[in-house]
Design a binder for this molecule. Sequence first.
Ligand code: ADP
Ligand code: MG
Length: 322
Amino acid sequence: MDTLIKLNNVYRNYLENQHSGVSGISLEIKRGEIVSIVGESGSGKSTLLKLIYGILVPEIGEVLYENKRIQGPGEKLIPGHDDMRMVTQEVTLNLYARVFDNISGQLSNTDLQTKNDLTVKTMKFLRIDHLANKKIVDLSGGEQQRVAIARAIITEPTVLLLDEPFSMIDTILKKQLRDDIERLSKELNITVIMVSHDPSDALSLADKLVIIREGKVVRQGHPKEIYKNPESAYVAKLLGAANILNGEGSEQYAVYPQDVIIGDSENVMEAKLKSIHFNGSYNELTLSLDGKQIVAYDFSFLDIDPLSELKIKFRNKKALSS
Ligand code: ADP
Ligand code: MG
């Protein structure tokens, strides 16, 4: 796979002398990849996406697409790179027009048959053809999301930028959307760059995970590698809601909630149960260990006496370096 997009030491801050955007990001994105940008709220994810799209201009550094500098909004009649489409959280659909017209409106009228066929094909691809005659106002958030994506891909972009695509939709639709994004990438060969503050969707989908904090890339690589080896407390908490614990001296390590083992007999520590919440496939336990709060996921639904001391043990401790 060849490099499609390249950022060289890009800065773009909204306020002077303090982090408020992107502060020195270098990044390479390959053609056909699904890249997921993850970071806490305010870390600069949307700013990064806008810099790639070309609706924000770097103060320092450069953003290249196929080795050419991306033009800013002042240099183009229509802002945004011609080969890219961006879907944001803001609704940009025409609320009182039909789904069909919202999507087909992206195409010119020179060939009406093609316009019609392509619209039908795109709606089918995103499984919204049954909604063709509905108005946008009458759709759910998840359905609107699919229309917005259909509208973006009907012009056959090389790159699709998605800002928090999973934020407005429920679990069942999340699965469908994840599947759609995968098919977009594999069948239509679209490079997908998406942003999320909740990595659970990104972990299963992304070829590459880029973790940002305060406008900087703190980690990038394959999701499984980063999850298995988080290296910093920020990453461990972000990806797996990890417990951060003190080891010898100043050392710290992370333990994911599913790695807190309850009721083992050897090398155990005593903890107190603070609360227990049923979560469908597991119980979420909050425990107190030497005054420190620990979260544990119990997938075997152990019969726990709320008043007794619990014996716990950690497995898969992850050493942290920051
Ligand atoms: P994210 O998408 O990760 O939540 P953003 O890229 O939207 O973060 O914003 C990064 C930082 O820049 C935040 O602290 C935000 O408050 C600030 N910011 C974003 N847009 C503006 C703006 N137009 N003016 C001033 N500050 C902004
Ligand atoms: Mg954002």
